[in-house]
Ligand binder design. Sequence first.
Ligand code: GLC
Ligand code: CA
Length: 540
Amino acid sequence: MSKVKKENALWWQSAVFYQIYPKSFQDSNHDGIGDINGIISRLPYLHQLGIDAIWLSPIYSSPNVDNGYDIDNYYEILAEFGTMKDVEQLIAEAKTFGIRIVMDLVVNHTSDQHPWFLEAEKGNKKYQDYYIWQKEPPNDLQSFFGGTAWTFNEKQNRYYLHLFSKNQPDLNWENPNMREDIWKMMRFWIGKGIGGFRLDVIDLIGKQPEKEILGDGPNLHTYLQEMYHEALKEKDLVTIGETGSVTPETAPLYTAPERNELSMVFQFQHMALDEQSGHSKWALKKLSVPELKKVLSKWQTALPENAWNSLFWSNHDQPRILSRWGDGNYPLESGKMLAILLHLMRGTPFIYQGEEIGMTNFPIHSAKQIQDIESQNFYQNQQKTGIAKEKIFESINTKGRDNARTPMQWDNTIFGGFSTVSPWYPVNPNHKQINVEANLKNSESLFYTYQKLILLRKKYPIIIWGSYELLDTAPTIFAYKRNYEHETWLVCANFSDQETFYSFSEEPETTVISNYNVTYSSINNLNLRPYETFVVKLKP
Ligand code: GLC
Ligand code: CA
């Protein structure tokens, strides 16, 4: 088997990415809404953390039904975020810090306010064929946000497909004119000097809705190859596909370099571990650590050497990882454990804004506080079926997307340093304790663990290239080895609030990082404290 060598490293394989949700990162003009100039003002902070690239959630013109994932003009910036000039300045200033800007590409659907859809509604034949229409719904396909995926359009007197909200009609990828318009738009953004794209729900573009084939449709990879040739190939860009349906078996189809499709994919199998199988994400289940070990390890080992993966715990669609799989009684220990476990794996790590300072979920108690369309729909549908409110809120507070979207907590002032006025969504009251300023002041904070993990990645190629082997340990001990060029590291985490005994037969040579500030001279007969985690280089 050919081994990927560090000489051949691509920038995005050694990089660490940071996701920004613009609406909630930093307000600069006192309207309570995050904006581009706010991001620019925080570049020094991101540089201090050490990241190489920013994945920017959508900043395009949008009616904001789905917070920017419903675009009505790909060439314009949402006014409340700023102007195209601001974006150009962001790209340029980020570059001075060695940071690339990766745009979110939302091309499975547009907004129903996009001129293409408005034209289609009016009867313009060219643009009608940009979307997917049926005289009668061919099936009872459900949208991901709940309810039917086929909505009747009065003007057209027929139904159109929308896999998300009814204000997000799906584009017809079978139409070459439509595809050409997408390539043109991508080339426009590439011309601005961006670092690449994160491709929203891209596994859906090959869908055949009449057959209820959604992810992984027959023409999916043909379109991705066309995209590469028409838009991507000339520049050294990263492309990260959001692929909810991907498995270790299909991942190489997207990411094997010789296929010329994407750089890497986001897989979601670990994110499904705390939902009851066969149900939606709202059907809660406790995480089983052995299952987590199994799923993540499968992704570590099943990919061929030349395929690449991403690593993440959090994003704007997921609850906060510290509330989800960390432990409120041991926030620092469990937060560091999660960070170390993930960043020591093979693949490119993504940090979601605020994860690095230990931000947590935001419990809501009234329907009025629900901002996200997915949660709003869930709430309404559940209410109709007579489910008790407490139960609905339990699901929303555990899994809802608003949890990740509260304003970034910069300091302990009234609006958390996010804004000088009351923000579009309340700042989590725990910003008094949990904020950037407090993290930066304390050398033992979570921030410095993330910073150190990024530094380690720059220094030790074993983190990027090493092979991975899960160790057969106690159920709640998550331990694995990385091996590269005669060097072996051992990563061990006690994923539990219980003290756990474990004895390794190996001998450590040096301690790379640990969350209890311990130097491990021996790893035999360990009494691991709650969430105790360490990485050691083993004696040869
Ligand atoms: C992706 C985005 C999510 C959005 C959906 C529809 O999953 O991450 O936020 O709602 O696509 O665009
Ligand atoms: Ca603003």
